[in-house]
Design a binder for this molecule. Structure first.
Ligand SMILES: Nc1ncnc2c1ncn2[C@@H]1O[C@H](COP(=O)(O)OP(=O)(O)OP(=O)(O)O)[C@@H](O)[C@H]1O
Ligand SMILES: [Mg+2]
Length: 270
């Protein structure tokens, strides 16, 4: 069964970084066909991975708006809109494909791009085993049901109360409106340093009956790659963040570990 995973949370928390590391994990440890969706109009993930910032759904939409002929052909011609999205927007990243939303030219509303994105995710993801969506910060895209058909919602937090509040709000939007099927929720605590205090956020989460699914440490190598513009897909397996994402996703998706051992380890870490 194809699986759709959305990565969401507060701004600047590490959503794009984690979406890239999750893609790295699946592409290096499984033979699954992977689709990575850059759903953020600022296309920072696309840029982070050194891919083409012009091959976007937004540019495709622009083409439809400016050329009635192109729209006619895409909507009513022999070619299905899904195939048009495939040809015009899908980028080959080697062991994965990338679909980027992009931004509309000039001032404008994102509604129609979000609409196209929702359609794009639904139709294109059927041809992939795993789709990983890097969402725009905050609850907006969940609210617009861009993520309505997801199987797993990964909410990224850091050791701050605000990031937990945003995550809980996104969870609520997803449960009450945004996601139209049953889905699994996983909270990932990112950028954690040795001296960070986590007692407060742990107690907020536990009062909501939520446990943290995994911890990704603050990784110097990510900062270094970021500063020289190198793709984090090339990070070594020894990098603490790559190791942590590997352990979390092996447990969550490949289920090679025993449940209680993992929970005990997590409790000791935070
Ligand atoms: N585990 C980590 N260790 C060190 N730095 C990290 C880690 N995770 C993310 N970062 C850094 O934090 C910054 C924000 O990360 P990222 O762009 O992935 O966040 P985001 O949630 O996608 O942001 P936005 O809301 O703008 O889309 C980047 O400089 C990134 O390199
Ligand atoms: Mg981002």
């Amino acid at each position: 069964m194809p699986k759709i995973i959305a990565v969401s949370g507060k701004g600047g928390i590490g959503k794009s970084t984690l979406a890239a590391l999750i893609t790295k994990f699946f592409s290096e440890n499984t033979d699954k066909k992977i689709l990575l969706v850059d759903a953020d109009p600022s296309i920072s993930l696309t840029l982070m991975l050194g891919m083409d910032p012009l091959k976007t759904l937004s540019n495709l939409r622009e083409k439809f708006v400016t050329s009635a002929e192109a729209a006619q052909e895409a909507m009513f011609g022999d070619k299905h809109i899904r195939d048009t999205i495939y040809d015009e927007c899908l980028q080959n990243g080697g062991r994965f494909n990338l679909l980027a939303m992009g931004r509309p030219e000039g001032p404008g509303c994102f509604c129609s791009v979000n609409e196209l994105l929702r359609y794009g995710i639904e139709s294109v993801s059927k041809n992939f085993d795993i789709t990983i969506i890097d969402c725009e910060a905050g609850p907006e895209q969940v609210n617009r049901r861009v993520t309505k058909s997801i199987d797993d919602l990964i909410l990224v937090i850091e050791p701050t109360v605000r990031s937990v509040q945003t995550a809980l709000y996104i969870k609520k939007v997803a449960e009450t409106y945004g996601v139209q099927k049953s889905f699994s929720l996983h909270i990932i605590l990112n950028k954690i340093g040795k001296h960070d205090r986590t007692k407060n956020i742990k107690s907020i989460l536990s009062s909501e009956g939520i446990k943290i699914s995994g911890i990704v440490p603050l990784d110097e190598n990510i900062a270094e790659y970021d500063s020289i513009g190198k793709s984090i897909l090339d990070l070594s397996h020894e990098s603490p963040s790559v190791k942590a994402v590997g352990e979390i996703f092996t447990f969550l998706y490949l289920q090679k570990e025993v449940n209680f051992v993992r929970e005990r380890e997590l409790d000791q870490q935070i």
